[in-house]
Design a protein around this ligand. Structure first.
Ligand SMILES: [Zn+2]
Length: 501
C-alpha cells in the first residue's frame, strides 16, 4: 500500500498556477568546506492543480552534513526549463535562471524549486518524455528531478517523496534511511515515474517484486497480475531468478480491443515496464498469447535478461528479447506444444523478411536507423534470425544463448550505461558463454550487410516444415531434430541465482 497520509502543504494554487507561498525553513549552516562525497537531500512534495488533481512537484535541495551546494542545478532535459514555476532561496528570493538551469554555488541554505509537471506533459506533447493519463501523469525524472551540474560519479541525491495525498511510482531501488539514492547513472538511461491517484498491487514472482500501478480509471485486463507473474516466472528460468529484485509496472488503459496493446521497458535508476492495455473481448482465449497480446509482457520483461545495449545495436537487445518472448513461453508451458512455438517463430520471421523487402535496408542499417525509419519488425526479427543461427551453432558445441545471456549479466550486473554490441560480446571470453558469443559475432558479421539473414535451410534441417499455406509441422527425422527439441526443453535445474553474482 502507498501512503495516503495528507500532510499540510505550504503550496497554494492561484489562478491555476502553482505558486510557493513563502517558506519558513531556516537556512542551514554550510560554512564548512565540503570534504565528503557531495550529497544533496532532496525533499519532493507532490502538489495539486486547481482541480485538486496532480499538478506538479515542489523540490527542496539541501546539502547533507559536511557537503555544500553544487555549482548549478539543471534538468537533464533542458526542454523542462520553461516549466519551472519558481526557483527560490530559503527566504523566498528568486535564484537566477538561464538556458541551462540555476546557479546555486554561492547559495547558503537550500534551493526551492517548483515544476509544473502536468502543464509540461501537455506542452511537450512527447509521450517518450511525459504524458497525461486521465488525471495521472507519467513523466521521466529527466524533466522534473533537477540534478547537480556537473554530477560527479560519487555524488548522490538522497530523494524523499512526500506523497501528500497522491500516489507515486518512482523507479529508484536503493534506499538509505528512507530516502532513495539517485546518482549520475540514473540519468544515463531513460526512466519513468508516475504521479496521481492510483492503486498499486504488489506481485511477487520469479524472485522479484512487481509493483503494478493501474493509472487513469484503473481499467486493466482482470488477469493482468496473473499474466505478469507467469511472464516473470518464465523469464526467471534463464538466470534462476528474475534479473531485477524490483520492477515497477505502469498500466495505461486504452479502448483498443486487445488486452495488451504495446509495452516499453526503461531502466534508468531502476526498471520500469509500461504497458498500454485495452478492453479486450469476452470471446478471447486467455491462453492465446497472440490474440491477447500477452507475448508483449514476456517480451518487455525479457529485456532485463541483457544489460543495456546502445540503440544503434537494437538487433541485439530487441533480437534477444523477441527470441525469448515465445521461447520462454513455450518452455513455461504457455504455448501448448513445440509446433505452436515454431509456428510463431516462422510467422515472425516471415513478417521480418517482408518488411526487409519493403524498406530495402541491410540488417545493420535497419538496426542503426530503426527509430528514424520505422524498421522495427525488420530489426527485431533479423535479430531473432541471428539468434536462431547462433543457438543452433552453439548447441552443436554444447552451449546455448542461455549461457551467453547469463555470462553477459554476470559481467555487467548493473544497468549503469548502454554499451555497443561489439564490446558486450567481446567481454564474454571464457566458458560456454564465449562459445555462443563467438557464434553470434560470426552470424552478425556474415549477415549485417545483407537485407535478411537466410534461415530457411536451417529451419528445414531442424525439421521445421512449412507447407504452401504457411502451416508448420515438425519432422523428427530431420538431421537437427534433436537440437530443435533441446532448444525448447525447460531448464531441468535452475542455475545459480543472480543474487550470488
Ligand atoms: Zn523490446
Amino acid at each position: 500500500m502507498l501512503l495516503r497520509a495528507h500532510r499540510a502543504s505550504r503550496i497554494v494554487v492561484i489562478g491555476g498556477a502553482l505558486v510557493a507561498a513563502g517558506c519558513a525553513t531556516e537556512p542551514t549552516a554550510s560554512t564548512a568546506r565540503a570534504t565528503a562525497a557531495p550529497v544533496l537531500d532532496v525533499d519532493v512534495t507532490l502538489l495539486p492543480d486547481a482541480a485538486d488533481a496532480f499538478g506538479g512537484v515542489s523540490l527542496r535541495y539541501c546539502p547533507a552534513a559536511g557537503a555544500s551546494m553544487p555549482r548549478r542545478l539543471v534538468p537533464e532535459n533542458r526542454r523542462a526549463l520553461p516549466f519551472a514555476v519558481s526557483v527560490n532561496d530559503d527566504l523566498g528570493r528568486p535564484l537566477p535562471l538561464d538556458d541551462d538551469g540555476v546557479f546555486t554555488r554561492e547559495l547558503r541554505g537550500c534551493a526551492h524549486l517548483i515544476v509544473d509537471v502536468a502543464r509540461m506533459a501537455d506542452a511537450l506533447d512527447d509521450k517518450d518524455l511525459a504524458q497525461r493519463v486521465g488525471d495521472d501523469v507519467i513523466a521521466t525524472p529527466e524533466l522534473w528531478l533537477w540534478r547537480p551540474e556537473p554530477f560527479a560519479d560519487d555524488a548522490r541525491l538522497r530523494v524523499k517523496v512526500e506523497r501528500a495525498g497522491f500516489d507515486a511510482a518512482v523507479p529508484w531501488v536503493d534506499v538509505d534511511d528512507g530516502r532513495y539514492l539517485v546518482d549520475a547513472r540514473a540519468f544515463r538511461l531513460k526512466s519513468d515515474a508516475a504521479f496521481g491517484r492510483f492503486a498499486v498491487e504488489h506481485i511477487d514472482a520469479g524472485g522479484a517484486r512487481l509493483s503494478l500501478a493501474r493509472l487513469d480509471d484503473g481499467r486493466a485486463p482482470p488477469a493482468l497480475g496473473a499474466w505478469l507473474a507467469a511472464s516473470a516466472h518464465a523469464v526467471a528460468s534463464v538466470h534462476g531468478a528474475y534479473p531485477e529484485p524490483r520492477l515497477n509496472v505502469l498500466v495505461v488503459p486504452t479502448h483498443v480491443a486487445r488486452p495488451i496493446v504495446v509495452g516499453f521497458y526503461s531502466r534508468g535508476g531502476g526498471p520500469t515496464a509500461l504497458f498500454y492495455v485495452g478492453d479486450g473481448a469476452d470471446s478471447l482465449d486467455a491462453d492465446d498469447l497472440e490474440a491477447t497480446g500477452r507475448w508483449a509482457l514476456t517480451h518487455e520483461l525479457a529485456h532485463a535478461l541483457l544489460p543495456p545495449v546502445k540503440s544503434e545495436d537494437a538487433w541485439l537487445n530487441e533480437g534477444i528479447a523477441t527470441w525469448y518472448q515465445d521461447l520462454l513461453a513455450r518452455r513455461a508451458g504457455m504455448l501448448p506444444d513445440d509446433a505452436a512455438y515454431w509456428a510463431e517463430l516462422v510467422r515472425g520471421l516471415r513478417t521480418g523478411r517482408v518488411r526487409s523487402d519493403e524498406d530495402r535496408l541491410t540488417v545493420a542499417e535497419a538496426s542503426r536507423r530503426m527509430h528514424a525509419t520505422g524498421a522495427y519488425q525488420h530489426t527485431y526479427w533479423a535479430g531473432v534470425a541471428l539468434a536462431l543461427l547462433t543457438e543452433v551453432e552453439a548447441r552443436r558445441h554444447g552451449a546455448s544463448l542461455d549461457d551467453l545471456v547469463r555470462a553477459l549479466r554476470r559481467r555487467f550486473p548493473d544497468d549503469d550505461e548502454a554499451r555497443d554490441a561489439r564490446s558486450l560480446l567481446a567481454a564474454v571470453d571464457a566458458g560456454k558463454g564465449a562459445v555462443a558469443a563467438r557464434a553470434l559475432e560470426r552470424a552478425f558479421q556474415a549477415n549485417k550487410d545483407a537485407p535478411w539473414p537466410d534461415v530457411e535451410r536451417l529451419l528445414a534441417e531442424l525439421g521445421v516444415v512449412v507447407d504452401a499455406m504457411g502451416a508448420v509441422a515438425l519432422d523428427d527425422h530431420a538431421p537437427l531434430a534433436a537440437v530443435r527439441r533441446a532448444i525448447t526443453l525447460p531448464a531441468e535445474r535452475a542455475p545459480a541465482p543472480l543474487a550470488a553474482r
